[in-house]
Ligand binder design. Sequence first.
Ligand SMILES: [Zn+2]
Length: 271
Amino acid sequence: MDAHGQVVALRDATGMFFESARTAFPGAEDAAWARAAALDPGSVGPGGAWRLDFRCFAVARPGGRWVLVDAGVGPANGPAAGWAPVPGRLPAALAEAGIAPGDVETVVLTHLHEDHAGWTSGPDGEPFFPGARYVVQRLEVESLDPADPVRDWAVTPLRAAGRLHEVDGEHRLAPGLTLLPTPGHTPGHQSLWVEQGGGVRDVLVTGDVLVHAVQLADPSVPYSHERDRATARSVREALLVRAVERGAVLTTAHLTRPFMEPDGQDPRGSA
Ligand SMILES: [Zn+2]
């Protein structure tokens, strides 16, 4: 099991992106691509394809409870089915980690893209995590297109069930767990800072602040599906500086290595 202290990586799916790596990350220099291939060799697919994971993270809480960050691509009928590999395997990954859906007290949605909100519901439309509250930035909900499938799949049913908790800006989720607004990828994107204490390094659950190792090799490299490239770049650069200063480890949703060093150094041996 891939874990760093109390933070457990849960891989929901792996697949090839619908654009080549060089189309998805325009303008990256050859040196950045070479560094990215060394940092995350699993991301190099055949013929220039971008192979990516779709990953969630669980953070242990007292009493056998868990905070889950992101909800993956979801079941076969989930909102990401048009382009992501579904069904995801999050239910099996949770079972392997000894986490029952009922043990999840909070689901943090870093943002409302289809591949991060899949397991808000199971295939039958019932809440997959029966006792969880779902925490999302209010701005993210307000910015969601009325026709976005995540609205019907997640936002509307969670709100109707009283499970949607919208927060504004930096937010203390629980002792040692702080939500940080990290806009750019989407307007209301957020990341989770996990202070572990006891000599264990802090973990920064980044969400989609960076989605490929080429953005770790060169944080100025844009991603073609960022809503606001300039904001995404400045947020990414500032967040990585903060992580280095505080000695934190990063988690990534879409690299094929769940834990990475924020300074773009080789992560082997760090986890
Ligand atoms: Zn994503």
